[in-house]
Design a protein around this ligand. Structure first.
Ligand code: URP
Ligand code: ZN
Ligand code: ZN
Length: 469
């Protein structure tokens, strides 16, 4: 049984035309005008007046991540389902082994957890320490496990963070394997020192989380990571860029021809640090790292300009939810104990469409590129994911540009008691989301299958890294 999506405006990173998409056996079979049913039991979706987009690829999420004494509250089933409701049909999660835990042990744990995903998933491997066997485990990840991207944290000192020596080791190891190193850039020692000072002064409120991680320490770390990548001759991907200092470091490197790729997230484009002043303990919902930046400092303008000009290639969410009640409140008397992270996988499409495309900050093709095509290309999922091409997986979003919605924790599919986008109005929402050739979301209702998601082994194409703009 196939699916024929008829008369929609097909928008990809490169094209825009009214036409049809025919899918069968989980694949896109044909794209073009005037397509007909091929079997009497084919489902026909009338997409007149609607837009047909490729399913979104979110290259930065953390489902059921053990972190800061608790675990992120969406598991692979609920988190991927929330993604589907918001038009994201593939994710890349991070295997994050504990310090001293072998990488492949961590991978075995993530393989087990991810079996319940409703949509397809891949993994990055975080290297949280560098031991005698780490290089050979990195080799196994790339050559046998389909994981050609590694993650390092310059923050989270004493937990999952690495020092510069370890970061260089990861970069050198990855270079020999043709793999890509992704980096969370914040000066780990500076954060710890600022945290200690603030706590000594009795400054325990969530607002001090932001003060313990100012933008200059992100900018410094971004620059340092770029310098180390330059020394090793290794491409680098900077995750969740939040500030103008980082954008400037990336711009400088790219102007020299260095392959530096970057991602940002809707929260850094749309929120400002006044969120930390919310009454009671509500500011805790926004405790994430790096933190939300001050409006007046021009960070958001730098990020939007970076997206429009191609300095930043992808929009991810860093989806890592924790409930305010029962999780974030571990830090009610000490902001350093508030688990870092927030939910967002369901909101990426609506927010970027409304506040990016409709606000005139990016055009529709750039939107698709950031949301689906570039994450798929950079991380080796293209053309299977990230576009609308015959032979690709049948992951499609039929998007009603006239529908409206107000984001709220009361109605979202995230398993989280707060929404950091509470009250945001979005224009346009998916009417149908097709995942691997099956309609999994229709008219506001999810119809997902636990365990239907498949693991996506990946292989990187160097040309995709060089061509990313
Ligand atoms: O606060 C965040 N971002 N939590 C998730 C872990 C990370 O740093 O990406
Ligand atoms: Zn991070
Ligand atoms: Zn993250």
């Amino acid at each position: 049984m196939g699916i024929l999506v008829k008369n929609g405006e097909i928008i990809t990173a490169a094209e825009r035309f009214v036409g049809d998409v025919y899918c069968a056996d989980g694949k896109i079979v044909a794209v073009g005008p005037g397509l007909e049913k091929r079997s009497s039991d084919d489902t026909v979706i009338d997409a007149s007046g609607q837009i047909i987009l490729p399913g979104g690829v979110d290259a930065h999420v953390h489902m059921e991540l053990p972190f800061m004494g608790t675990e992120s509250s969406d598991d692979f089933e609920t988190g991927t389902a929330a993604g589907v409701a918001g038009g994201t049909t593939s994710i890349i999660d991070f295997v994050i082994p504990n310090r001293n835990q072998p990488l492949l042990d961590g991978l075995a744990q993530w393989n087990e957890k991810a079996k319940k995903a409703v949509a397809d998933y891949a993994f990055h491997m975080a290297v949280t320490w560098f031991g005698d066997n780490t290089l050979s485990e990195m080799q196994t990840c790339v050559r046998e496990k389909g994981i050609p991207s590694f993650k390092t944290f310059m923050a989270y000192k004493g937990a999952i963070g690495v020092d510069d020596t370890e970061l260089i080791q990861v970069m050198e190891g990855a270079k020999g394997l043709g793999a890509l190193v992704t980096v969370h850039c914040e000066h780990g020692d500076a954060v710890v020192s600022l945290q200690k000072k603030l706590i000594r002064e009795g400054k325990t409120h969530p607002r001090y989380h932001a003060q313990s991680r100012p933008s200059i320490i992100e900018g410094e770390a971004t620059n340092r990571a770029i310098v180390l990548a330059r020394l090793t001759g290794e491409p680098i991907y900077i995750v969740h860029v939040t500030c103008k200092e980082s954008v400037a470091a990336i711009a400088e490197a790219r102007s020299r021809g260095q392959i530096v790729l970057a991602e940002t997230c809707p929260q850094y484009l749309l929120l400002d640090d006044s969120v930390y002043e919310k009454p009671d303990f509500e500011g805790a919902a926004y405790v994430m790292s790096p933190p939300i930046r001050p409006k007046a400092d021009g960070h958001q303008e730098a990020l939007w300009a970076g997206l429009a000009s191609g300095l930043i290639q992808t929009i991810a969410t860093d989806h890592c939810p924790f409930h305010n009640v029962g999780q974030k409140d571990r830090g009610i008397n000490d902001f350093t104990k508030i688990p870092n992270g927030a939910a967002g996988i369901e909101n990426r499409l609506g927010l970027m469409w409304t506040y990016g495309v409709l606000a005139g900050k990016i055009d529709v093709h750039k939107f698709v590129d950031l949301f689906a095509t570039q994450p798929a290309k950079i991380f080796g999922l293209y053309p299977r994911k990230g576009s609308i091409v015959p032979g690709g997986d049948a992951d499609l979003v039929v998007f009603d540009p006239t529908a409206t919605q107000t984001i709220s924790a009361k109605t979202h599919h995230h398993r989280c008691d707060r929404s950091i986008f509470e009250g945001f109005e979005v224009k346009g929402k998916p009417s149908h989301v097709i995942v691997n050739g099956r309609v999994q979301f229709k008219d506001g209702k999810l119809d997902v299958v636990r365990g239907a998601g498949r693991y996506l082994p990946r292989k990187l194409e160097k040309s995709s890294l060089m061509g990313a703009s």
